[in-house]
Design a protein around this ligand. Structure first.
Ligand SMILES: Nc1ncnc2c1ncn2[C@@H]1O[C@H](COP(=O)(O)OP(=O)(O)O)[C@@H](O)[C@H]1O
Ligand SMILES: [Mg+2]
Length: 426
């Protein structure tokens, strides 16, 4: 032990309630690679003065050091330690170092491994033309495996364009030219945008996102030309997927904009682009997403445009299980019964489930910091969080009832109607 550390240790012993002193000692310990003791002292300081920003920073730093670097110090008794509970915290490692005996994380049977996906297409990022601020070239790293549930949706996306893009020769031979449009619709938070990001992760530079609000806002009066040049860029990259999120914003019922001829011409331009008027749309796939399909101009839903609509439903029980597992596995958990949570979260969207996990984690973390004892996320935290997080899809499904009852003449919403009936909502 170096002299200065020895002196500091004596000083801290003499004044155990002196928070700034503890912080200084913790920083020194950290510098000497004694991460566990650093964490211990920093968290004691934080307990003494919860407003001490330096102490909090050191807790985080020491916890990170503990989980990312080789163990440099001998294990300390469990009751002296605490942790920040930060995301990505390597619980096993800390457990081993501190000699903490933590109960089994999940009390249910283990999760079945998700279906293995095909190898992602090699992203050809550098071939893409430089974006002009409206056209975002994807740098996503998530893939379809990160999207919980939604198996039927993933299957249709694979069939509609992922597979044809991987095997263009075969698709051509069977006369299935790669073009067209597909519209994802469903309650908010069910993963439509997330799904698109995952597809971007699979396709790399062959996936282009258009920020519609920008097309409309920034170039008032010249939106049509901009829309055209965006489509031209995508065509130049073909085979490619062009993603229009919240398509109801631009493709809104034209009658809504009778007062705004600007918007109407944009909608007309979009129709022309999707038809490929005067341009070749081969190899161009347009993916749209919306929470309000009934507000999308029906002209956009005709053959050759968004002629396929896919309902993105709130996750069913197995899907909720996999989403919950996904958001809890990176966190310190103990005694969690996924089945119990699954049973209590009917009607929760993927976003609701993510929020639930984050709230439970926050409760355990706050507690750990306040008491100075590491406490993993327990079922009590989940139950407390459940009392605060409400399922957000119910309101959407209720309003969808009216549409299905009164405006489903063409059978467009048959899938939605079947779902509502299965839930006895119709
Ligand atoms: N099926 C899912 N699997 C995993 N995470 C999900 C899922 N659905 C939603 N989420 C989470 O909720 C967030 C919000 O979802 P989002 O895709 O924006 O919903 P939508 O576009 O359908 O309104 C996502 O970024 C993701 O973190
Ligand atoms: Mg969205």
């Amino acid at each position: 032990m170096s002299d200065i550390l020895e002196h500091m240790a004596v000083a801290v012993q003499a004044a155990p309630e002196n928070a700034p002193l503890r912080v200084q000692y913790a920083r020194l310990l950290l510098e000497h690679g004694r991460h566990t003791e650093a964490l211990e002292n920093a968290s004691t300081a934080l307990r003494l003065d919860p407003a001490d920003g330096a102490a909090l920073a050191l807790v985080t730093e020491a916890a990170t050091a503990l989980t990312t670097r080789a163990p440099a110090d001998p294990p300390a008794p469990a009751e002296d330690a605490t942790s920040s509970g930060a995301r990505g915290f390597d619980w096993d490692r800390v457990e081993a170092e501190l000699g903490v005996d933590v109960p089994q994380p999940f009390v249910d049977d283990a999760m079945p491994a998700g279906p293995a996906d095909e190898a992602p297409l090699v992203p050809a990022r550098d071939e893409s033309p430089s974006a002009d601020g409206l056209l975002e070239v994807s740098h996503e790293t998530i893939t379809l495996d990160d999207v919980g549930g939604l198996e039927p949706v993933k299957k249709r996306i694979r069939e509609a364009f992922l597979e044809p893009m991987r095997h263009q020769a075969i698709a051509k031979a069977f006369g299935k030219s790669l073009r067209g449009g597909l519209l994802l619709y469903g309650p908010p938070g069910t993963g439509k945008t997330f799904m698109a990001r995952a597809i971007a992760g699979e396709l790399g530079a062959r996936f282009l996102t258009v920020t519609l609000a920008d097309v409309l806002d920034k170039f008032l009066g010249q939106s049509e030309q901009n829309l055209h040049s965006l489509f031209q860029r995508a065509r130049a990259l073909a085979p490619a997927v062009l993603f229009l999120d919240e398509v109801d914003a631009i493709g809104g019922k034209r009658t809504q904009y009778t007062g705004s001829s600007g918007m109407r011409t944009v909608v007309n331009q979009l129709l022309q682009e999707m038809d490929g008027m005067g341009s070749d749309n081969d190899g161009l796939f347009v993916l749209g997403a919306t929470n309000h399909p009934w507000d999308v101009d029906s002209a956009l839903l005709r053959p050759g445009r968004f002629d396929r609509m896919i309902l993105v439903l709130p996750p069913d029980a197995p899907a909720r299980r996999s989403i919950l597992h996904h958001y809890l596995e990176g966190r310190p958990v103990a005694g969690i019964s996924l089945s119990t949570i699954v049973d209590q979260t009917d009607g929760f969207s993927g976003a609701d489930l993510e929020h639930l996990c984050a709230s439970a984690a926050e409760k355990a973390m706050t507690d750990s910091i306040a008491s100075g004892e590491i406490r993993p996320i327990s079922m009590d935290d989940v139950q407390a969080a459940l009392a605060e997080v409400r399922p957000s899809t119910t309101a959407w499904l209720q309003s969808a009832r009216n549409v299905v009852s009164f405006a489903n003449n063409d059978g467009r919403y048959d899938e939605l109607a079947a779902y509502l009936r299965s839930r006895h909502m119709l």
